[in-house]
Design a protein around this ligand. Sequence first.
Ligand code: ATP
Ligand code: MG
Length: 179
Amino acid sequence: MPRLFVAIDLPARIKEQLSALSCGLPGARWIAPEQRHLTVRFIGEVDSRIFQRVREALTEVRGEPFPLRLEGIGFFPPRGHPRVVWVGIRRSDELVRLRKRIESILVRSGLEPEGRKYSPHITLARLNNTPGSRIGAYLAHNGLFRTEEFTVREFNLYSSVLNNRGARHYIEQEYPLDQ
Ligand code: ATP
Ligand code: MG
């Protein structure tokens, strides 16, 4: 069964800026540049009938291009052994609005509503036994990271194929924000 999610891809120059952050943590598995994205709505595994329905329903999402900026770095979970390094997003009402439109269309096409709060971020790395002292040093060095503003002009439906070296993501369909 396809495993799906809706996400925003990042401009190449923004991905390059993220590459500058992708070093300096022992035990980190850094996400490859082409795999970096901003998840808007995780869907999960669905059968091919729902897949087609979702693919079609997302064409009904209306929206306009909007500005976005990446800002801030953090670790998840915030206490205890950190597992994930993420880059944050400057607060964006347009992103929240887009997420709501996508959510309501997905629910209308038969998916369960998303129960969890949306916390937009870009995963940079998964960690395995990274020493706390290195995390402190990494934050001291990179904590003020932010990119310039860029324009989001579309969102994508992705499929994700899991394997033991981490998932591969494939764009199934692009949805321009121009209506
Ligand atoms: P891997 O799990 O192998 O490390 P991945 O997380 O990139 O790879 P998926 O698990 O298929 O691949 O997830 C695809 C996207 O959806 C990622 O951005 C991931 O962070 C996000 N995601 C996965 N599970 C959930 C979930 N339960 N809730 C919200 N977002 C999720
Ligand atoms: Mg995952």
